[in-house]
Design a protein around this ligand. Structure first.
Ligand SMILES: *Cc1c(COP(=O)(O)O)cnc(C)c1O
Length: 383
């Protein structure tokens, strides 16, 4: 079945008693037992809740996985996954990582004896060279943040199989609509569903999908045991968002392609990072594996002074963190989303004081371009 149909039907037919077309919000903490030693299948909402389960089954289907799990945020999802490892274990990680994930690894989980190495995961030799006897997993972002490098999952999966490593893919920027990492060799996908999956900037949530039953059982043990579950209201909002995933992303990608091309022609704009542009280093690779190029753009302005001006002068495009919603948002990675990345690494990666990140929404594309044009037209003092 096409993913658009699967997405539109999440939660449908869940409530056979009333025939409700959308899954009800089961706002309950606990469930009555029919008799001693019997259960309706639900006992306590941390262990299982029907609204959350509709979302978990839905994302597992969209991702072609065995079982899905919903958490109170993307970070809670990653935290829960890290509980699969123990003190002394080592994980190899994509170097241009979401700042919050980097902070979780380096400042929180190193306290419990986990080790992390940051490498350019587009370089297979670098990944192999980083493998230690205690390495247990490779954690990659399928499309990185903010520089939009695309992971060659089949190549990475081969290395992981050879060395018995789990391949964990943060697929937040692409969603199963554009890429299904489990089909390309990943073992686990994670999502900040706060972004494209929910898609309306109205809820914070996280999702995980496991490829096989053994892994799923271990992940469930930690979801229930550590308890960072998504509540029924937010599960419902995430389901509602996912129903329109395809239509939103189609429009967002179309807008992003036009805006990226327009930016390349603007005299005050330097590098434009968008994988849909033919000169992007991963353009061909992404064309091979992904159904689209996503709707995130990073670009450099010619002078640092212009950064603040753009953030202040754009009117339709809001200066705010986060991404993936209907509304276009712009942010300054160096001081916001990526402040927790070590300075030397930021500089090497090109996350500098002229780089802006744009999350393109579903607004009319000409309106968005006009907004950027007027913001760029002001000449900053002394520039
Ligand atoms: C936002 C984000 C996260 C964290 O998710 P939250 O829902 O904010 O906790 C993780 N990975 C990526 C790629 C993100 O963009």
């Amino acid at each position: 079945m096409n993913i658009n149909t699967q997405a539109a039907h999440i939660g449908l037919e869940w409530d056979s008693r009333t025939g409700a077309v959308t899954v009800p919000v089961y706002q309950t903490a606990t469930f009555r037992h029919p008799a001693l030693g019997q259960s309706t299948g639900y006992d306590y909402s941390r262990s299982g809740n029907p609204t959350r389960e509709a979302l978990e089954k839905g994302i597992a289907r969209l991702d072609n996985g065995y079982r899905g799990f919903a958490y109170s945020s993307g970070m809670a999802a990653i935290t829960s996954l890290l509980l699969l490892f123990k003190s002394g274990d080592h994980i190899i990680v994509t170097e241009d990582l979401y700042g919050g994930t980097c902070r979780l690894f380096d400042k929180i989980f190193t306290q419990f004896g986990l080790g992390f190495s940051y490498v350019d995961t587009s370089d297979a030799a670098a990944v192999k060279a980083a493998i230690l006897p205690e390495t247990r997993a490779l954690f990659v972002e399928t499309l990185t943040n903010p520089l939009l490098k695309f992971a060659d999952l089949p190549a990475l999966a081969e290395i992981c199989t050879q060395h018995e490593l789990l391949l964990i893919a943060d697929n937040t920027f692409l969603t199963p609509y554009l890429l299904r990492p489990l089909d390309h060799g990943a073992d686990i996908t994670i999502y900040s569903a706060t972004k494209y999956l929910s898609g309306h900037n109205d809820t914070v949530s996280g999702l995980v999908v496991a490829k096989d039953p053994d892994l799923a059982e271990r992940i469930y043990f930690h979801q229930n045991g550590a308890g960072a579950i998504l509540g029924p209201q937010d599960s419902w909002l995430t389901i509602r968002g996912i129903k329109t995933l395809g239509v939103r992303l189609d429009r967002q990608q179309e807008n992003a392609g036009k805006i990226a091309r327009w930016l390349t022609t603007h005299p005050r704009i330097g590098k434009v990072h968008y994988p849909g542009l033919e000169d992007h280093p991963d353009h061909a690779l992404m064309k091979r594996d992904s159904r689209g190029f996503g709707a995130m753009i990073a670009f450099e302005v010619d002078k640092p002074e212009l950064v603040e001006q753009i953030l202040l002068k754009t009117e339709l495009i809001s200066f705010a963190e986060s991404l993936g919603g209907e509304e276009s948002l712009i942010t300054f990675p160096e001081v916001q989303t990526h402040a927790d990345i070590p300075v030397e690494l930021r500089q090497r990666l090109g996350i500098n004081n002229r780089l802006l990140r744009l999350s393109v929404g579903i607004e009319d594309c000409d309106d968005l371009i006009a907004d950027l044009e007027q913001a760029l037209a002001f000449t900053p003092a002394g520039a």
